[in-house]
Design a protein around this ligand. Structure first.
Ligand code: NAP
Length: 290
């Protein structure tokens, strides 16, 4: 690969747009592509990066391709489209949350054309993406990760190499079990506090100050009390992640009751039409939806 990084971003959603901005600020962003073309046009105008007509065109022009799409099949579709343009020595770094199996499948497709792959799922929410302080859980070989480190460092505060391809996604699965468990506990507890007729603002403030404090409570507590669920992490995406965790647990022959409860809750919310709400929308269910 050339020494100079020419990065392209595919998938300009809630996470992809701020990541693209950070790459532009670091001087490595060359091109962007998004399925909904108008978003790519907006980001292109803002950052000065070119708008690619197709994922293949982006792969031809860039030597580091960062993907951030919704789910496993979306990543596989995008990879199929970009693969004919990928040059030997290029690296695809995927920041979407998908299964370790999908990560290994994509790595194998890229290996067949002489290119590298790093699974690099992220944690830190939309806030972390905007601030460029995400935590990156990387899977791949050390040499490939070192080559793309300027790209990872531009979007994150921490990059941790977890092992071979798939290890990043396995780590993210562990992370999502925790995220779901924390959301279950916080939403259930705040709904409980409301039923006890406690003053909500003061309740939030006192529990946040003690051992019950958490990222979720700090960043989503106030908006939950205001019944505002538009920003952040779509609960349909967390459901997708938890189904990956469920598959992994089945393979290991273990049970994860909290994860199972969260899957039931988010399935119910998706069926009610709340799939695009932030995961803190779970409090609606805990309050009891009429
Ligand atoms: P999002 O706002 O819904 O954006 C999804 C992006 O993927 C959009 O750019 C969308 O294109 C694109 N996309 C979806 N399906 C596609 C397909 N079949 N072909 C091409 N493009 C496709 O989601 P997000 O919150 O940015 O999340 C993206 C990934 O990061 C997910 O895997 C999520 O689990 C993970 N993640 C999210 C957060 C968070 O807090 N939001 C945190 C950590 C990790 P369109 O614009 O055309 O719809």
């Amino acid at each position: 690969m050339d020494k100079k990084i020419r990065a392209g971003v595919i998938g300009l959603g809630a996470m992809g747009v701020p990541m693209a901005r950070h790459l532009a600020n670091s001087g490595v962003l060359d091109m962007v592509w998004n399925r909904t073309s108008s978003t790519a046009e907006t980001v292109s105008k803002e950052t000065g990066a070119l708008k690619a007509e197709t994922p293949e065109r982006l792969a031809t022009a860039c030597n580091v391709i960062l993907t951030c799409v919704s789910a496993d099949q979306d990543l596989l579709d995008v990879v199929e489209q970009l693969l004919p343009g990928v040059k030997p020595g290029s690296v695809l770094v995927d920041t979407s949350t998908v299964s370790p199996v999908t990560a290994k499948r994509v790595a194998s497709s890229l290996k067949n054309v002489g290119a590298g792959f790093v699974d690099a799922p992220v944690s830190g929410g939309v806030e972390g993406a905007k601030k460029g302080t995400l935590s990156v859980m990387a899977g791949g070989d050390s040499a490939t990760i070192s080559r793309i480190m300027p790209v990872l460092e531009a979007i994150s505060a921490t990059v941790t190499h977890m092992g071979p391809v798939g290890s990043g996604q396995a780590t993210k699965a562990v992370n999502q079990v925790m995220i779901a468990g924390i959301a279950e506990a916080v939403c259930e507890a705040l709904a409980f506090g409301e039923k006890l007729n406690l003053p909500s603002e003061r309740l939030l403030s006192i529990v946040s100050a003690g051992a019950a404090g958490s990222w979720f409570l700090e960043h989503r507590g106030e908006t939950m009390l205001k019944d505002s669920f538009d920003v952040g992490f779509k609960l349909s995406l967390l459901l997708k992640d938890l189904l990956i965790c469920q598959d992994l647990a089945r393979e290991l022959n273990i049970t994860m009751p909290t994860t199972e409860a969260a899957i039931r809750d988010y399935r119910e919310l998706v069926a009610l039409g709340d799939g695009d709400h932030d995961i803190s929308g779970l409090i609606r269910l805990k309050r009891g939806i009429d």
